[in-house]
Design a protein around this ligand. Sequence first.
Ligand code: HEM
Length: 371
Amino acid sequence: MISTILSSFRISDIFYLLIAFVITYVIQYYFKYFTRPNPLPGPLPLPFFGNAHQSIGLGFNDWLLSMHEKYGDMYEIYLGERTIVLCRADLIEIMNVPSAKTKYPYRFKTTEGFIEYGLNRSGLAFNSELKTWKCNRQFFTKAMMTPSFNYQAIEWTNELWEKMESYWNNLGEDKELDLTKWMRRFTTDIIFRITTGVKNDCLTSYYNTFILENNDPLNEKENDESENLIHSLNKYLSGVSYYFIFNRFMRHYVPYVRGKGKDLLKNRDYLFDRLYNIIKERRIEIENTPLDQPLRHDMLTTCMVANTSRDINAVKHADADLLRPMTDKEIFGNILDSMLGGADTVSKLFYIYFIFFYALHVQKFISFFFF
Ligand code: HEM
């Protein structure tokens, strides 16, 4: 019976069926849209695309800002599903109350896009599985609060800052400094070092671009590797909004969007491989270090030895899950999160500091001479 029906189908029938399917889909899509509960102002979405196509060429933040101007402090857009955008501090205050009883325990929903991008049940910032998040958070805090870790972090920060100042001095008074580039490299190098214990030297690579004759050259390969890391981290971070905006259909079938997705996945693989290699190498180094020899105090080492015979910070936990050593995936998640969370935010804090510092001085200067 079924085979008779199938055999009687012609190519044109398949075409009509497809059209019927699309029309039905569009009707039910707009029916749902126009009968949604508590509708808010916002741009009209398209079936399959939602509003994601409107962000192309604008950049996610600028696109959201342009809609804020048009629709006000509370509007809705469709990115895979209905998304409500709140643009006033008092509207989001309740979501940021740090309480275990909060109605908003999740920062992000784990979408299929985030899973494809590797933001899946690991680390903290994008982890919406409460059990693993809690576990990672305790390990993260433990690593960060260790006095030896803090002491080491301060020492390395001072060392790197002095190095950067010496570069600035070498470049001379008249050289214009682009602080956004310098600070981004400074924070990447320091975060990379305090999280993995491994030196990255994109600050020196950047300095080398200003001088023709380099007295203390890194070899070409090291230069490339250092710069690659900063580009890779920046690209990975910018890719998060791409995976937030575009649904599976757009990422896999729409030209341009598809190409960008492939590029982001290639970069993800590079970054993840690099971090997993560091984790593997450090495990071997620790295994080969005699028990009576101290280990360095970076976050990776602290996470790796947590709850092993080398752990110097034995803390008693009621939760049995926190009594076991961390897995490579958990360590990777925490390391990646501190790099993503630490480099960009802190470099922006520095720009703000410099702007206010100099603005204050300029103001003093103006009031001294003119008033
Ligand atoms: C001025 C610097 C920084 C700013 C403004 C900043 C801002 C933030 C904000 C707003 C959140 C979200 C909080 C929430 O949703 O409740 C967050 C979370 C987070 N930040 Fe930062 N951050 C900074 C520095 C850092 C540094 C240096 C690191 C890493 C070493 C870091 C790692 C993280 C992590 C892992 C999370 C997720 C925490 C969790 O889920 O429990 N941040 N940060």
